[in-house]
Design a protein around this ligand. Structure first.
Ligand SMILES: [Zn+2]
Length: 358
């Protein structure tokens, strides 16, 4: 039996991924499937994958899981467990924490997907290098998610910075100029120059002869060249804003556009160097060295979800040694018969460990 594993459930707009991980970032199992649509299907898919992972894990069927966490898009309240306004998943309101806890038979911590990814990126970095205190010795990491939109979050000392409304660190809807209308109703948001939708607008489908705008630009596609220039400048600005506003020592870029790889990172660093050449103050920030790109194959949101239970203070967590695998199977059967242990009962059967990792 492998001890001390954590289960992370990432319910994305297109696919749901469930990972079984250890605290050093090793992924012991990873299953994914297209996400469900609507509250019932969304939970069904997540639960099915969770059971598959636990029962089919190379670590063996008697997996010792110390925490379970889940994340999804939209407004997710980690205290009440409620998820709201996940438009792509056709979820207006869902008791995500409650439903998953009931079906899996253990408490499940929940978080917004980008905030979970930020936590995953922070944990991966500290696992690899350990915290590197600088300045006020409170190392922070900013995560910039370049998907269809632009979302971001900041993690400080292993805790997601939320602010009073949970929107702290969300810079995508900061108006920065330009006349492009944004999905939020404003004009000229950062998202309109640094996101997948920005790229699609600037380099529209009918004009594309390649999939990769950097490759197209290198092959002489002037529209693609202009589009990647705007994109890299926009991402550079996002990095500068995050670094200045949060003091984060690292800005990690993830999301679908991170798959563009090295050319994107080179372009963003070139933009940050340009900014440094025009300002001594900006130059001293050393921004080009502080930005990095997440490898496309890292399930960072699932990792972050898995680690939710290890870093949030004040929540009930399964004690080490609590066996999820067996409970999950029986919980499903009991659920069908309508006799599932309630979330409150499940919470009473476990002991808060007060453990804090990282
Ligand atoms: Zn906006």
């Amino acid at each position: 039996m492998t001890a001390g594993l954590r289960l992370g459930i990432d319910i994305g707009g297109t696919k749901t991924a469930v990972a079984l991980v250890s605290d050093d970032g090793t992924v012991h199992a990873l299953h994914s499937a297209p996400s469900g649509r609507g509250p019932v299907d969304v939970v069904d898919v997540a639960v099915r994958l969770a059971r598959e992972v636990l029962e089919g894990s190379a670590a063996g069927p008697a997996v010792d899981v110390v925490s379970v966490g889940a994340c999804m898009p939209g407004l997710v309240d980690p205290v009440t467990g409620l998820a709201r306004h996940a438009v792509n998943l056709e979820v207006e309101s869902l008791d995500l924490g409650g439903e998953l806890s009931r079906r899996l038979g253990v408490p499940v911590s929940v978080e917004n997907d980008v905030k979970a990814a930020a936590l995953g990126a922070w944990r991966l970095r500290t696992s690899a290098e350990g915290p590197v205190p600088r300045g006020d010795s409170s190392p922070a990491l900013a995560y910039l998610n370049l998907g269809t939109g632009l979302a971001s979050a900041v993690v400080r000392d292993g805790v997601v910075v939320r602010g009073i409304d949970g929107a702290a660190g969300e810079i995508g809807h900061l108006p920065v100029g330009g006349d492009a209308p944004c999905s939020c109703g404003q004009v000229g948001c950062l998202e309109t120059v640094a996101s997948g939708s920005a790229l699609a607008r600037l380099w529209p489908e009918p004009r594309r002869r390649a999939r990769d705008p950097f490759a197209a630009a290198a092959a002489g596609d002037l529209l693609a060249a202009a589009a990647v220039d705007v994109l890299c400048t926009g991402v550079g600005l996002a990095v500068q804003v995050l670094a200045l506003a949060s003091g984060a020592e690292r800005v990690v870029v993830g999301g679908g556009l991170a798959g563009l790889g090295e050319p994107l990172l080179r372009g963003v660093r070139a933009d940050l160097e340009r900014r440094g050449r025009s300002s001594r103050i900006v130059e001293t920030l050393g921004l080009p060295e502080r930005v990095e790109l997440l490898a496309a194959d890292v399930p960072v949101a699932a990792l972050g979800a898995a680690w939710l239970g290890s870093v949030r203070p004040g929540t009930v967590r399964p004690a080490a040694g609590h066996r999820v695998a067996g409970t999950a199977g029986t919980a499903g059967t009991a659920g069908a018969a309508g006799t599932t242990q309630s979330t409150a009962d499940a919470a009473r059967t476990v002991v808060p460990t007060g453990e804090r990792v990282g």
